[in-house]
Design a binder for this molecule. Structure first.
Ligand code: 5GP
Ligand code: ZN
Length: 135
């Protein structure tokens, strides 16, 4: 993964505004923040997305997200937090090294992390529930 920007940042080969680092992860401030304090959790090992991420690392990433936002909500005095994680370009992923977005929110801010609710039709419900079974 010689040309992966997040590999280089995570390993410290490119400097970054680092909030936290351990053997497995680096947590940095996003260079194009949705809101003040927007941070990214990067594993140091390269996995493209959540589908590829080993279960144990996925678990530790979520635990780390919990720790960081619990501390940061006091530092930033924010009112809420979005934890966002994009998989695939259709879902808005632009850097293909797994990462989690930690986005602090203030009441009334204009960060556009929302969607217009559609309708769960009987056909969609039937189709999805009949096709899906977790092995
Ligand atoms: P994605 O769209 O893949 O979920 O998110 C990629 C995020 O990485 C974006 O929010 C973007 O601002 C951030 N980003 C891209 N390149 C860099 C970089 O070189 N440094 C930092 N700190 N953030 C980056
Ligand atoms: Zn990478």
């Amino acid at each position: 993964m010689n040309d992966c920007i997040f590999c280089k940042i995570a390993k410290g080969e490119i400097p970054s505004a680092t909030l936290y680092e351990d053997e497995e992860f680096r947590v940095i401030l996003d260079q194009g923040p949705a809101t003040k304090g927007h941070a990214l959790i990067l594993p140091k090992a390269h996995y493209q997305n959540l589908y590829e991420l080993p279960d144990e690392l996925a678990g530790r990433a979520m635990i780390l997200a919990k720790k960081i936002i619990t501390e940061m909500k006091d530092v930033l005095d924010c009112d809420g937090y979005n934890v966002v994680q994009n998989n695939g370009s259709a879902a808005g992923q632009t850097v293909f090294h797994f990462h989690m977005h930690l986005i602090p929110r203030k009441e009334g801010d204009k960060a556009g992390i929302s969607w217009t609710p559609g309708t769960l039709t009987p056909e969609d419900k039937e189709e999805i529930l009949s096709k899906f079974s977790l092995k």
